[in-house]
Design a protein around this ligand. Sequence first.
Ligand code: F6R
Length: 581
Amino acid sequence: MCGIVGYAGRRDAAPLIIEGLKRLEYRGYDSFGVATLGSGIELVKHQGRISGYAGSAHQLHGKTGIGHTRWATHGIPNDANAHPHLDCTNRIAVVHNGIIENFSSLKRDLISRGHRFRSDTDTEVVVHLLEEAYAKEHDILVAVQNTVPLLKGSFALLVIVADDNRLIAARNQSPLVIGIGDGENFAASDMTPVIEYTERAIFLEDGDVASLKPDSVEIFHDKIPVTRPVELIDWSPEAAKKGGFSHFMMKEIYEQPKAFFDTLNAIDTDVLPPAARHPSSVTVLACGSSYHAGLIFRYLVEESCGIPARLEFASEFKYFPPPVEGLVIGITQSGETADTLTALRQAKAHNCTTLAITNVLGSSVSRIADATLFMRAGPEISVAATKSFVAQLAVLMQIMNAWAGRRWAGVLQHAHQSIEDVLHIDLSAAVSLCVPAKSIFYVGRGPFYAVSLEGALKMKEISYIHAEGYAAGELKHGPFALLSTETPVIAICMPGETYGVMISNIKEMKARGAPVIALGCEGDSELPDIVDVFIPVPETHRFVQVLTTLVVLQLLAFYTAVALGRDVDKPRNLAKSVTVE
Ligand code: F6R
């Protein structure tokens, strides 16, 4: 939630910051702002999106600056609540990602001491506290160091003050990375705005405060200078661009064969902690799409490895923690989802061994978990998760493969080819049924029930059509009341034990007038005759069928959303990285 970027160098800061914010818009896009050290603090901020913006922020002067793209938490999206925020003297500017939990009491005290607030944000207390600290210390680094202990909650802060070319960065439980350039340095929520200029990165630790100048980066912890390792980020700058595709989501769907293959081959299960090598049971914690990846895993690991698995919404786990022991896996592509981080911390407190699966090097989850397996999906810009989801499955399937004595190594090595095969499937007939629908049901059984949940989530988040995933046998226990000729049902009907009962379920739905779109295996002799639209996927191993059916449902959601003219990459009200509970 919210993206921040800062620059200290020899070039004009504003254009670099604006470009950086465009890369970070997936984190929030209801307003934006830039402040530079020009003649005093120069500031432009607006409600709305920075993509397509060609206004006066480009003309701000100065070689040092900060910027922000917002996903509103405190205060509606408007110009006043957009960051950066200024102190009463207009000499200090701050951008913030996170939440200041004690802002109400701080604000009350600041107002009683005469400060004027211009926004409804929690962030503004920070800049007024800095104003007081700076008035005492006359040094912005010391002022930040003295202010940070007063703040409760999560924050990544960037601060500039007039007549000082330093950019100050502070981190506590919100992501913040420093990009080390040549005669210029960057600070940002992640590396996507920076990879164009440098691959050298320092991931700050919670409690770190850094001072950036064009030729130096100094990092302090409890005011004591510290060194942090410089990591090389091998994401190519092209990966964060559309590369000829109309939408990032389409590009990312097409990158899935590579994301799966690269991730599969990057995972070294030999480095798993002992408790994760032959577990007698496993608990998975995750949110949203990552939860659906966990559900697929739960079905497959119980069915294929005979290992009991339990899955919990990370957001529920915190308040209703069941008794846990042994191995706990946290799945979070961003590595920053607040609920998942909290749940993993709690699992650790119960002496569980925690294993994280994430796409982002240096992300918070990798600091919390006992061990981390990194996906190799590359940057995912579209808000809806696609290639990161498939890469999560690559990690989870590789883990199962290790637990089952590498029984599926051959199958997995060729899975990307089957994903490739379904990318060009003609979905026009299915799209025509979905576009006019007000509501769509997705049904499947076992792991395909989990796939149907994910398909429905993709549909609702990018097309805004109400869509629900159901275990196929459950529809007749109530939701049948909603079926009509205007309520398409998408059924995943694969060969195996549940094929016959799925056929019966489909007939029951047809009998209630619902148009049925069925995903089945190539060569299926029964489905094409009983459904309205039949979508064949290659007849392969069950693990691979999960992948191919999933990709078809991603494409169906994408084409439906495009046909409806939706903003596919930036759906309304959402943000990619949900760093608030
Ligand atoms: C949906 C989507 C979200 C995320 C969820 C968890 O397309 O992307 O449902 O899956 O917010 O995010 P991570 O995986 O970053 O923890």
